[in-house]
Design a protein around this ligand. Structure first.
Ligand code: ADP
Length: 429
């Protein structure tokens, strides 16, 4: 098409030159004929340029009529404009569709930039978080979602990649689960999901477990007291039965204690008391406990950075570290090694317990922190394990924005590491 138009244009030009030559030859007025022809040619070009300009200035109109190459140029521009219009209509339809979907999305969603300022939000965010189009776009999200936990979580979310649960800033009866994804450099999508129903059910379940555990503890303490005094006085033939009862009662006691500890950690009133924690001193005490538990059966080694303290809750952190050390001793056969480390790794305070024990099959690792999940149930029960230790560890770490890393090889050993955010690092000189 293009080739044909231009060959026709060139043919017409050649014809024009021949006509000029002929007229020049016949009249002998070369200059006048050439000037006249050039003038007519330039005028024709200017006239068509003018028509093109007029048309482009008001492109709604139909393309102007013309002859030769100009007619083709007008047609081609007209076609390109129509294509462009179609593309724009398709893009608009896609954007409208996307906006429709995001606005129909029941979860409040918003996008923030690398300065945490809001660049976009949907209808649900407008309602749930009371955002307004006119004033709130471009504002830092922490100015509009006012919650210290949210601000702390947002600051470390990129590194810990966990969910946050928080009450809705405008209505404490609504409970929200917040998650975020970085979908492009400098852009994060934050989703606030209303989980009030699940939260209330979970609360009922928690309260029930806490109440039952509490109610059972008193009669159990009485039973344990009687069993203890009977152990010293009963006839010889009853002693095995009494000892067995005592063992079972002790196990039940440990279970109730762990259940109560878990409820305490999960309760709303429990907010971690943050203070500068002398972890090296705490580990010195835990080292004594480890040696006592091991009774010389293991090589227990502590490798502690004495200048490294932690911002956290002393009782909770002690409980988590104790659980991990106890597990390492219990699940490592005699002659094995247990190494406890406390140091900075890439600016993050890390507590790790490495053992050369039984190890855990890979498929079980993701489930270890579930309540009552045991890998070798017999082995765990034999030593009075409750199956709740690692759940407690996970709760404590969550409350400190830390994560639990588990590396284990069956038959070779395991390493359980608690990785704290760098913001909790305290250096003592
Ligand atoms: P338990 O009271 O049974 O030890 P935990 O929650 O502390 O409960 O641990 C859950 C399960 O994880 C244990 O039953 C055990 O099978 C496994 N486990 C925990 N720590 C270790 C370890 N250091 N080595 C091997 N297995 C472990």
């Amino acid at each position: 098409m293009l080739y044909r138009s231009w060959s026709r244009f060139v043919a017409r030009l050649v014809l024009l030159v021949l006509v000029v030559l002929f007229l020049g030859l016949v009249t002998g007025q070369w200059l006048a004929v050439t000037m006249l022809t050039l003038f007519a040619f330039v005028a024709w070009q200017i006239y068509n340029n003018w028509k093109l300009h007029q048309w482009l200035a008001n492109s709604e109109r139909t393309p102007p009529e013309s002859l030769g190459i100009w007619s083709d140029i007008f047609d081609q521009i007209d076609r390109l404009q129509k294509q462009n219009k179609n593309h724009r209509a398709m893009q608009k339809a896609t954007i409208d569709e996307f906006m429709g979907v995001t606005n129909a999305f029941p979860d409040a969603s918003l996008v923030i930039d690398d300065k945490d300022s809001i660049t976009w939000f949907n209808d649900a965010a407008r309602e749930l978080l009371r955002l307004r189009n006119s004033t709130d776009q471009g504002q830092p999200v922490t100015n509009l979602v006012r919650d210290p936990d949210f601000a702390n979580w947002l600051a470390v979310q990129d590194h810990i990649n966990s969910q946050l649960e928080m009450p809705c800033p405008h209505d404490q009866n609504i409970h929200l689960a917040v998650s975020a994804v970085r979908y492009r450099e400098g852009q994060r999508l934050i989703v606030f999901r209303d989980v009030t129903d699940i939260y209330n059910l979970e609360k009922i379940r928690r309260d029930f477990v806490a109440n039952v555990s509490h109610e059972l503890r008193t009669p159990l303490t009485v039973l344990l007291g009687y069993l203890e005094s009977m152990q010293g006085q009963c006839p010889e033939d009853l002693l095995p039965a009494i000892n067995k009862m005592r063992g079972q009662a002790d196990q039940m006691h440990a279970l109730l204690n762990d259940l109560l500890e878990l409820s305490r950690l999960q309760s709303e009133e429990h907010s971690p008391i943050d203070q500068d924690l002398d972890v090296p001193a705490m580990l010195a005490q835990l080292q004594e406990l480890a040696l006592e538990l091991s009774q010389g059966a293991h090589q227990v080694q502590f490798d502690v950075d004495t200048a490294l303290w932690l911002r956290g809750n002393p009782a909770d952190i002690e409980s988590a570290f104790r659980n991990l050390i106890q597990n390492a001793i219990y699940y490592t056969p005699e002659g094995g090694e247990v190494t406890v480390r406390w140091s900075l790794v890439d600016k993050n305070p890390v507590f790790s317990v490495q053992d050369t024990g039984h190890g855990v099959p890979h498929r079980d690792i993701p489930r270890l922190t579930e309540r009552f999940y045991r890998v070798g149930s017999d082995r765990s029960r034999e030593r009075g394990g409750t199956g709740l230790g690692l759940s407690i560890v996970k709760h404590v770490l969550n409350a400190h924005q830390a994560r639990l890393q588990i590396n284990s090889e069956l038959g070779e050993g395991s390493t359980f590491s608690c990785v704290f955010p760098s913001s909790r690092n305290v250096q003592k000189t």
